[in-house]
Design a protein around this ligand. Sequence first.
Ligand SMILES: [Zn+2]
Length: 192
Amino acid sequence: MNDETISEMIIKCPACGIEGVAKSIMKELEIPHFGQVMETTLLCPNCGFKHSDIIALEQNDPAKYVIEINKNNLSVRVVRSQSATVIIPEIGIKVEPGPKSEGYVTNIEGVLSRFEDAVKKALNLFEDDESQKNAKIALNALQELKKGNETATLIILDPFGQSNVVSENAQVLEIPEDELRDLKTGFSIIEE
Ligand SMILES: [Zn+2]
């Protein structure tokens, strides 16, 4: 993947509101078999705010990307736009887009690592027995998937079709009307 810095700007930080401190970096990336995307990163040295996003340079139809997570697919490239919901139904885990959600380019292993980090945060936040138990089960399941010992399904629902799973093993489906209506734009959550 080649990347090329397109522009850097110093702007007002959207988090702390201080003028002229935050750096906005825009890069155009060419992702093989996917096309051009724009990666934007905003960094504020004053308050530590950081946000990145990936925007496909073409507008697409809503799409649902489905691939089996197995030991042969761990390195499959995944593009997750800021507006996409990511689900592993077998583990009952789902990350929905929220104001702080980020677009990223990674692989399936990287998606699993992101889920692991989210579950570890939940372990620290929710101290009741039930949450602890569920989080530990999810964490163990994610680790087994990363080792290639188990299989599950990775589903990415993107109302703007700007995500992608770059593999001939991935299915790209239309999102049914009712499912599209239910796509949330609230905060990121982890389901039981
Ligand atoms: Zn700031």
